[in-house]
Design a protein around this ligand. Structure first.
Ligand code: FAD
Ligand code: ZN
Length: 475
């Protein structure tokens, strides 16, 4: 904790470079910056700095570096692993870095600042007649800098990759205030180590991302969305393989949902009704998209659907006949997250495993959880085309909250161990933050942690960037 006079002096210095009203010190205002999205984790900070240019970010970091003050970068605060919850020092709010600097249609790139909301990036691309594919439930409030810092994935990874694959260049302010201008828009550049990929996914621990060059794609003009019901995860995965082989690149989403997760979405979302007369064990929301002149995506979906229904490998299927119907199907998928939030207490996991192991992972993880307590419900859904399963545990009605909470460590162990058994990762897309630091020490090879620590120490020897995140404490 800094002394009151040190905080006053820091406040004046930051206000000098940022201008009046751009440094917050009022405790009520600070409180909003000291908690995670769900309001379940609270930290502390002494000031909030709100720069509006890369030079201002550089000035803030240089001042904090000179005074050894911790800096927690923050975008839309929708991250799910506690990465924005400050451990003292200042919060650096990036939301005023909100300009789209350039749209280059010939090069198929756009250069945007870190604080631009993802939905605004998508709509700027759309207005220019092109497509930016990153899409996720929080797109109305998360910011590109946060997406980059967490290497966000979402529902279009199957076709377009996560944001790492969508980024050609970065601008980053280093912990000592130097500006690294890596805003290259080259599609090929083999000139040594790929520094941008070091910062993507670094969760604010190596510097502040201030801008990025993003890739653009032709606007799909033809879409088809369907919801398919299966008897088991195995049959859903077989259908995935058939559809991928048949539709190739046109397959842009394959979202798996177990029966429980869809029931939860319908139960909590008044307007959400599953379009089948009864609950099935497993569903996939599939989407195909095509460009001008590409093959008719409707028929690309219909042929495997019809043969699956004929040979009995699919139980049922609906295909949206209008944009509204397609939106309704996606609302069911997105309603799962809202349904889980409405249920309250839960443990959520975001694991990835080879797609070929998903049908073994889910029952093995569920049976290990059952051995912890038979009063825990398991729900699984996710971006299965990428091997990414969101596995969620909920207490049964007869399980008291405090008893459920007391199982947390055992449950973490069951899920992470099972994922590890199949060569998986304990974090597919949400990152490590504070939540998964223990898992880092247990499941990340010690050599990889040692290398990460060396990188951290060489870029941020004072340890001011987002302290207490990602890397486990040294033994
Ligand atoms: P924040 O929460 O503000 O920050 C996240 C981390 O990045 C923190 O560690 C922060 O310190 C750091 N950071 C932020 N900005 C910068 C910067 N400019 N420079 C350096 N570090 C920075 N994620 C997925 O991958 N796929 C999904 O499908 C998905 N769905 C979601 C659905 C919902 C409803 C919600 C709430 C979240 C979802 N997420 C998903 C989580 C995801 O990580 C975030 O939504 C998003 O990528 C974070 O962006 P943000 O601007 O909110 O970042
Ligand atoms: Zn997800």
């Amino acid at each position: 904790m800094e002394s009151p006079s040190a905080i006053t002096s820091l406040f004046s210095r930051l206000e000098e470079v940022l201008g009046k009203g751009r440094v917050l010190s009022d405790p009520t205002e600070l409180a909003a910056y000291c908690q995670n999205y769900q309001g379940t984790k609270k930290g502390s900070c002494q000031l909030v700095a709100r720069p509006s240019s890369t030079e201002q970010v550089a000035a803030v970091l240089s001042i904090c570096h000179d005074r050894h003050i911790a800096v927690t970068p923050r975008g839309g605060n929708t991250g799910l692993v506690g990465g924005t919850v400050p451990n003292g020092g200042i919060v650096l709010d990036t939301t005023r870095l909100n300009r789209i600097r350039e749209m280059d249609l010939l090069n198929a790139t756009m250069t945007v600042e870190a604080g631009v909301i993802l939905a605004d990036v998508q709509s700027a691309a759309r207005q220019a007649g092109v497509f930016f594919p990153l899409s996720l439930g929080a797109e109305g409030s998360c910011r590109i800098g946060g997406n980059l810092a967490t290497n966000a994935g979402g529902t279009a990874v199957l076709r377009y990759g996560n944001i790492r694959q969508l980024t050609l260049g970065l601008e980053v302010v280093l912990p000592d205030g130097q500006i690294w201008n890596g805003l290259r828009s080259l599609h090929k550049d083999n000139t040594g180590y790929d520094l941008k990929n070091l910062f993507i996914g670094s969760e604010g621990t190596l510097g502040v991302i201030t801008a990025a060059v993003l890739k653009l794609f032709p606007m799909p003009v033809d879409w088809v969305t369907g919801l398919v019901a299966f008897t088991s995860i195995d049959t859903a995965l077989s259908f995935f393989v058939t559809l991928r082989g048949y539709a190739g690149d046109a397959l842009s989403a394959f979202e798996l949902m177990d029966g429980e997760s869809l029931a939860l979405a319908s139960h909590h979302g008044l307007h959400l009704v599953a379009p089948f007369d009864r609950q099935h064990p497993c569903y996939a929301l599939v989407e195909l998209s095509g460009y001008l002149g590409s093959q008719d995506v409707q028929s690309l979906l219909m042929k495997p659907l019809e043969s699956g229904l004929e040979d009995g490998s699919l139980i049922d299927a609906v295909v949206a006949n209008s944009l509204q119907q397609a939106k309704n199907l996606w609302a069911l998928r997105e309603g799962i997250v809202a349904g889980l939030a409405a249920e309250g207490l839960r443990f959520s996991y975001d694991i990835s495993i080879p797609i070929s192991s998903i049908s073994k992972f889910i029952p093995r993880a569920a049976s290990r959880i059952a051995s912890v307590s038979s009063h825990i419900r398991t729900i699984s859904f996710g971006h299965v085309g990428d091997g990414n399963v969101h596995f969620v545990l909920l207490p049964a009605v007869d399980l008291a909250a405090e008893i459920f909470l007391s199982y947390k460590e055992k449950c973490d162990d069951c899920i992470f161990r099972t994922s590890h058994d199949f060569g998986g990762s304990f974090s597919a897309e949400h990152g490590v933050g504070t939540d998964k630091r223990d898992a880092m020490s247990r499941y990340k090879p010690s050599l990889e942690i040692a290398l990460m620590r060396q990188i951290k120490n060489s870029l941020d020897p004072l340890g001011i960037m987002n302290p207490g995140k990602v890397l486990p404490d040294e033994a």
